[in-house]
Write a protein that binds this ligand. Structure first.
Ligand code: XMP
Length: 513
C-alpha cells in the first residue's frame, strides 16, 4: 500500500472533496469515521491526518469528538474548520461562539512569513469561510498564522508538533490558493511524495487479482458505462481468458451504444464477450408500466434473470467483477446521520453476488470517478467510453415519462443523439456533466407547413455537477439551445415542441424518473 493519509469525517459536506484534492496531489487517502480510535488507525500507519469540517460546535453537548490519543500521536495533522477548532481545543486553545456566523468569501491575511503552510501563498488572498465559533487564544507552542476581518485566528500551527489548523476551506475552488496550502501540508510538512499514480495502481491491482483468482473463472456485466468497462479491462489484464464479460442488450441504451460496446470489447480490446439481444424481453416486461419505481425494479429483475441464465452456461465461475467506486463504499459515520428517504432505487446489478453465490471482485473500490477515467485512459480504452457521461442503469426507460414502447424509445433516442451531438460539438468550457433528452407524456398543438400538428413535447436537460449529488442547470448559450430545438422538431418525427429544464437538484433530481 502507498503511504496513506486518513481524513476523519466530522460530517462535512466537503469530506469527499478533501479526499479528491489530496489524491490529485498524488497522495493516497481514505475517509474514515470521526470516532475511529487511534488504536485502529495506528495499525494502518497513517502518514498524516486531516480533520474535516462539520456542522457541530465544539461547545455543544454531545459534539463529535475524536480519540484524544490522536493529537498526541506525533502524526502530522491538519484540522479544517470544525477540525481546526477541535484540535485547537484539544491542545488547550480558547474558543468563543461568534455573535454572527461567517459564511462565504473572506480575505485571508497571512501573519507569519515563515510558516511552511503558506509558502507561495500571497499576503492576501480570497478564502471560503463557514463557521460559527472562533479560536481566540492559542496555547504555548502554537502561533497564529493568518487572520480575516472577522476572524483573528483564521489559521494556526506548531511547526514542532506538525499540527496545523485552518478556519477556512482549502479544498473548495473558491479558496484561491487552497491547493497550494494542501500541497504544503502534504509535501512540505508531512513529507509525503507524489507516489499515488495510475501505473503503480495497475501493477498492484493485477498482482492482487491474480493471487486471488488463481486458476478460477470470473464474470462481469458490461453496462456500456465507464465503471464496468474499466473494471473488466483491468481484470482481463490480470486473468485474460478466465474472465467472461456478459453484455445484455436491453434495448434501453442510447443511439449506437450497443454496437459500440460489442465492437470495442470484442474487436478492439479482445475481451471474451457474450452479447445477448434481449430487447424484446425488456419491452414486453415494461408493457403498460408507467410508475418510475416499478420500471426500475422490473428492469433490475429482468437483468438479473438474463445475467444468471448466461452465467450458468459458463462452467466453474467463482467470481463476479463489479465496478463499485469509492464514493459508494465510504462508510462515513457522520454525527447526525439519519436514515435517509429512498428517492429512487439505483439499479445496476445489486443483489447479484449473494443470489449467485459468487465472490465479489471490486478493483475500483478505492477510486473516484475521475481517477477511473484516468485509469481507463492508461489502460487504452477509447475516449468515447472513458469520457462517457453517467447513464442510469435502467437507461432510456426512465427518460420516457409514461409507457415505454418501441416508438417512444425511437423518439427519445433520436432526440438524445441530437442533444449530445450539438453539445459535444459546441466544446463548452466548462463542459456540462450530463445532458440528455426526456420524452414527456404531454402533447401540444403546433403548426408545420400549413397543417396543424398535435405531437410530443421533448424536454432537454443539461446540468453541471461534481458528483451527481447536487446539480445546477447548465447555462447553455441561446444559439446552441436554438440549434438543438430546431433540429429536434425538424428531424425527430412526432415532436413539435422542445422545453429546457431549468431546475436545480435539489429540489429536482437529475433524471426525471
Ligand atoms: P438522480 O436522478 O438520482 O441521479 O438525481 C443522480 C445521478 O445518478 C444517475 N442515475 C443512475 N445511475 N443507476 C445508475 O447507475 C440508476 O438507476 C440511476 N438513476 C440515476 C443519474 O444519471 C445521475 O447521474
Amino acid at each position: 500500500m502507498p503511504e496513506t493519509v486518513f481524513i476523519l469525517d466530522f460530517g462535512a459536506q466537503y469530506s469527499q472533496l478533501i479526499a479528491r484534492r489530496t489524491r490529485e496531489l498524488g497522495v493516497y487517502c481514505e475517509i474514515v469515521p470521526y470516532d475511529t480510535p487511534w488504536s485502529t488507525l495506528s495499525l494502518r500507519r497513517p502518514a498524516a491526518l486531516i480533520l474535516s469540517g462539520g456542522p457541530a460546535s465544539t461547545m455543544d453537548d454531545g459534539a463529535p469528538e475524536m480519540d484524544p490519543e490522536i493529537v498526541r500521536s506525533g502524526v502530522p495533522i491538519l484540522g479544517i474548520c470544525y477540525g481546526m477548532q477541535l484540535v485547537a481545543r484539544d491542545v488547550g486553545a480558547e474558543l468563543v461562539k461568534l455573535d454572527r456566523a461567517e459564511y462565504g468569501p473572506a480575505t485571508l491575511r497571512t501573519t507569519d512569513d515563515d510558516t511552511p503552510l503558506f509558502a507561495g501563498v500571497p499576503d492576501e488572498s480570497r478564502v471560503w469561510m463557514s463557521h460559527g465559533d472562533s479560536v481566540v487564544k492559542l496555547p504555548h507552542g502554537y502561533r497564529a498564522l493568518g487572520s480575516t476581518a472577522r476572524c483573528n485566528i483564521a489559521a494556526m500551527g506548531s511547526a514542532k508538533k506538525k499540527i496545523y489548523g485552518v478556519q477556512f476551506h482549502p479544498e473548495v475552488v473558491h479558496t484561491q490558493h487552497g491547493r497550494a496550502i494542501l500541497a504544503n501540508f502534504l509535501h512540505a510538512i508531512a513529507g509525503l511524495s507524489r507516489d499515488w499514480q495510475m501505473d503503480s495502481f495497475i501493477e498492484r491491482s493485477i498482482e492482487e487479482i491474480r493471487a486471488r483468482v488463481g486458476g478460477d473463472k470470473a464474470i462481469c456485466a458490461l453496462s456500456g458505462g465507464v465503471d464496468s468497462a474499466v473494471a473488466a479491462t483491468l481484470v482481463a489484464r490480470a486473468i485474460g481468458e478466465q474472465l467472461t464479460c456478459i453484455f445484455v442488450d436491453h434495448g434501453l441504451l442510447r443511439d449506437g451504444e450497443a454496437e459500440q460496446v460489442r465492437n470495442t470489447f470484442r474487436d478492439v480490446l479482445h475481451l471474451n464477450v457474450v452479447a445477448v439481444d434481449e430487447r424484446k424481453r425488456f419491452l414486453r416486461a415494461l408493457e403498460g408500466v408507467d410508475d418510475p419505481e416499478r420500471k426500475r425494479i422490473i428492469i433490475g429483475h429482468e437483468f438479473i434473470n438474463v445475467f444468471e441464465r448466461e452465467a450458468a452456461k459458463i462452467a466453474g465461475v467463482k467470481y463476479l467483477v463489479q465496478g463499485t467506486l469509492y464514493p459508494d463504499v465510504i462508510e462515513s459515520k457522520t454525527p447526525d446521520s439519519k436514515a435517509g428517504h429512498k428517492i429512487k432505487s439505483h439499479h445496476n446489478v445489486g443483489g447479484l453476488p449473494e443470489k449467485m453465490g459468487l465472490t465479489l471482485i471490486e478493483p475500483l473500490r478505492a477510486l473516484f470517478k475521475d481517477e477511473v477515467r484516468e485509469l481507463g485512459r492508461v489502460l487504452g480504452l477509447p475516449q468515447a467510453i472513458v469520457q462517457r457521461q453517467p447513464f442510469p442503469g435502467p437507461g432510456l426507460a426512465v427518460r420516457i415519462i409514461g409507457d415505454v414502447t418501441e416508438d417512444r424509445l425511437e423518439i427519445v433516442r433520436s432526440a438524445d443523439a441530437i442533444v449530445r451531438d450539438e453539445i459535444d460539438a459546441a466544446r463548452l468550457e466548462p463542459h456540462p456533466w450530463q445532458y440528455f433528452a426526456v420524452l414527456t407524456p404531454v402533447k401540444s398543438v403546433g403548426v408545420m407547413g400549413d397543417g396543424r400538428t398535435y405531437a410530443n413535447l421533448v424536454a432537454v436537460r443539461a446540468i453541471t455537477s461534481e458528483d451527481g449529488m447536487t446539480a445546477d442547470w447548465a447555462r447553455l448559450p441561446h444559439d446552441l439551445l436554438e440549434r438543438i430545438s430546431a433540429r429536434i422538431v425538424n428531424e425527430v418525427r412526432g415532436v413539435n415542441r422542445v422545453a429546457y429544464d431549468i431546475t436545480t437538484k435539489p429540489p429536482a433530481t437529475v433524471e426525471w424518473e
